[in-house]
Structures are given as structure tokens and as C-alpha cells.
Design a protein around this ligand. Structure first.
Ligand code: M6R
Length: 377
């Protein structure tokens, strides 16, 4: 791996009241840093030099296992959708703490990838070492420069997101998603992703910083919505396909900093049990961009409405009109391709949980019982 020094300014709070808010606002730049120098228009692909693998070795990969903990495992879930749809490579997500004690059958062409912001999480480190003990090459996506995982891994890439001080992972999640998009693009172009699709992915990534800036302008509007729901007894988060991981991640953000019980689910799971929790005191947040599953999300929203559950939706302009007629509150983010949608849809929900926690007077940057980096088992 190539080391990159952090700029001391990156760790300064400036005018922000909390690191979490500053780090949410850092995201146009952190995404730019993640993709800078890693896109090739000429070849319609990505370049990830630190992987230490020849094109032949990369091409031979026929299965990928992504492992991480907490937010990193949610980015891995996004990666699963990305690698399967862009690269057509079977991909599984394993929670690192489970992977290290499982006897997972793997073959020579199985690639193990660990994801960790800090690069110090003991369970992720343990999963990496167990993979290496079995003779696998284990690659890593990390942010912590010179961290144990970055040093011991067999290759990988840094996110270049700068220090993340707030306990709640924000910019590291979106950077991990961006890195996994690069990986999926690289592997996709080695298999059957045509040039035209490769260019579409590149353009989608390059458009992100400006779209994130647009989303950050919604901060005041999101604060008003958050204050309205801050005293909820619990919250449910729903999404489908690429935005199922977004729902799980948004729920983790909510519970860790506001102490409101929250859970994230694939939307269609509502009717398999979760619907029993729906009532007027439990808002449901739907991540429902105007995509191929929009209509399905709308019918699930109707189910919640029919049981008096308040609904907040995150959507894109194409879905706004319809959702305004059936939801209590609607947050509109810019239209995007589905591969980058989790990056854009997670940001308003980071702001949502931040403002809920502030309204409740919680210690946003240092929530109770939590450490930034979990270095004990
Ligand atoms: O440093 P890591 O990415 O390995 O950390 C993994 C988790 O401990 C971390 O993402 C945790 O879930 C966050 N506090 C979530 O916001």
C-alpha cells in the first residue's frame, strides 16, 4: 500500500459543533479523494494499483468474500450488489467476527477482502489472519494509514478520507462504497462490462461530489423533520436491493447516537413479521428512489399507512410527486444510477440521525458504551 499523510486541518472542528457533522460535510471532498487518479476514461475502467495482483490473477477470481464489522459490513453489503451486478462475480458478505471462527469452504480463486476504517478492529484483523493462515491472499480497504490491517494485508487501497473522529462512521461508509464501486468496475471491465457501461459508472462516480453538495443544502429541512420524530418510541428503516444496506446502515446510525431502537430491513420483509411493530409512535423511513423497485416500495409504504404508521421517504425527483401524496415527509436527493444510490441516500439519513440525537441532547461524537475502534474481542 502507498502511504498518504493526513493533513492536520482534516482533524480540526472549525465552525462545526460536532465532528460527526463536520465529517458528514466532508463527503464531497472525501469521495473526490477516493476516486482521484483511479479512473481511466480511455479504458473505461478503474485503476487500483495497491492490490498487488496481476490482471491475470484478478481475472481468475471466481468468488469474493467481503468481511468487516458494523458500518464496514454494511458497505460490504453494498459491495455484494455492486460486484454481482457490474462484475458478475459471486460475492458474499461475512461479519468478520463470525468469519474468523467459521470453517468456510473456499477455493484457490476465492478472493478475501476485509474492510475497516480504522484498520485496527480486532475481529476484522482476526478474519484477515485466519484467511492468510489458510493460504489466501487477503486484500484490504482501510482508511487508517499505517494501521495493522494495512500493514499485514497482502495488498489493498486506502480510502483517503482523512481522520474520522466521531464514533459514528459517516464519511468512511460512503468512501468504502466508492472504493467498492471502483473494484466492481475494474473486475467488471475484465469480464463482460462493455465500454459504454464502464463510462456510465465513471460518470456516475464523478458526478457524486456535486450531488452530495446539493444534498447538504437540505440540512435545515432535515433538521425540522428530525425534530418532529425525535421522541419516537422506535424507528424502522426499509430499502430494497442496493438500498437495503442503506436501511441497515441508517438504523445503526440512529440507534448508536440517539439510543432510539431502530432496525433496517429489506422493504418486502415488512409483511413477514415487522408489520406487527407498526403504529402511530413508530415512524418508518423508506429509501425509495425512483428506480426499478420504486413501485414495490410504494405498495409497502401503503401497507404502513394503512396501519397508521408515520412514513418518511428518501426519494429522487421522479418519485417525489407520488410519495408526497402518501408520506408524511419526503426528502428528495438527486437522481443517480443505482450503483451509487446508497452513497447519496445514506447522507440525508446521517443528517437525520444526527439531528434526532442533538434534539435529544445526546453526546453525538462519543455515544455511551462505544469506542471508535474496537480492539478487544
Ligand atoms: O474501524 P472499523 O471500520 O473496522 O470499525 C467497524 C465498526 O466498529 C464501526 O463501523 C462501527 O460500527 C461504527 N461505530 C458505526 O457507526
Amino acid at each position: 500500500m502507498k502511504e498518504v499523510e493526513y493533513d492536520a486541518e482534516d482533524a480540526e472542528l472549525g465552525d462545526f459543533p460536532h465532528y460527526m457533522l463536520k465529517e458528514i460535510y466532508d463527503q464531497p471532498e472525501t469521495i473526490e479523494n477516493a476516486i482521484r487518479g483511479r479512473l481511466s476514461f480511455d479504458e473505461a475502467t478503474a485503476k487500483l494499483g495497491g492490490l498487488n495482483m496481476t490482471p491475470q490473477e484478478l481475472r481468475a477470481v471466481d468468488r469474493i468474500i467481503l468481511a468487516g464489522c458494523g458500518t464496514a459490513s454494511h458497505a460490504a453489503m453494498v459491495g455484494e450488489y455492486l460486484l454481482e451486478s457490474l462484475a458478475r462475480i459471486p460475492t458474499e458478505v461475512e461479519i468478520a467476527s463470525e468469519l474468523r471462527y467459521r470453517n468456510l469452504p473456499t477455493s484457490t480463486n476465492t478472493l478475501l477482502f476485509v474492510i475497516s476504517q480504522s484498520g485496527e478492529t480486532i475481529d476484522t484483523l482476526g478474519a484477515m489472519r485466519e484467511g492468510q493462515r489458510k493460504g489466501h491472499r487477503v486484500l484490504a480497504i482501510t482508511n487508517g494509514v499505517g494501521s495493522t490491517i494495512s500493514r499485514e494485508s497482502d495488498g489493498g487501497s486506502y480510502m483517503h478520507a482523512g481522520p474520522e473522529i466521531g464514533v459514528a462512521a459517516t464519511k468512511s461508509f460512503t468512501s468504502q462504497c466508492a472504493m467498492l464501486t471502483l473494484l466492481a468496475l475494474l473486475l467488471g471491465r475484465m469480464h463482460h462490462l462493455p465500454v459504454s457501461e464502464g463510462i456510465r459508472v465513471i460518470n456516475g462516480l464523478r458526478a457524486l461530489p456535486d450531488k452530495i453538495r446539493e444534498i447538504l443544502k437540505l440540512d435545515a429541512e432535515i433538521k425540522v423533520i428530525a425534530e418532529k420524530y425525535a421522541h419516537a418510541k422506535g424507528m424502522l428503516f426499509f430499502g430494497r436491493q442496493f438500498n437495503y444496506p442503506t436501511a441497515v446502515e441508517a438504523a445503526l446510525k440512529m440507534k448508536e447516537i440517539s439510543y432510539i431502537f431502530a432496525s433496517g430491513h429489506p422493504s418486502a420483509e415488512l409483511k413477514h413479521g415487522i408489520i406487527a411493530l407498526v403504529n402511530e409512535d413508530v415512524p418508518s423511513v423508506f429509501i425509495a428512489p425512483h428506480d426499478t423497485v420504486f413501485v414495490k416500495n410504494v405498495s409497502t409504504i401503503e401497507e404502513v399507512r394503512a396501519r397508521s404508521g408515520p412514513v418518511i421517504a428518501v426519494t429522487t425527483p421522479g418519485g417525489e410527486e407520488q410519495l408526497r401524496t402518501i408520506c408524511d415527509d419526503v426528502i428528495v436527493v438527486p437522481e443517480s444510477a443505482e450503483w451509487v444510490s446508497p452513497i447519496l441516500c445514506s447522507i440525508p439519513l446521517q443528517l437525520f440521525s444526527y439531528h434526532v440525537a442533538c434534539a435529544l441532547g445526546c453526546d453525538v461524537d462519543k455515544p455511551r458504551n462505544l469506542a471508535k475502534s474496537v480492539t478487544v474481542e
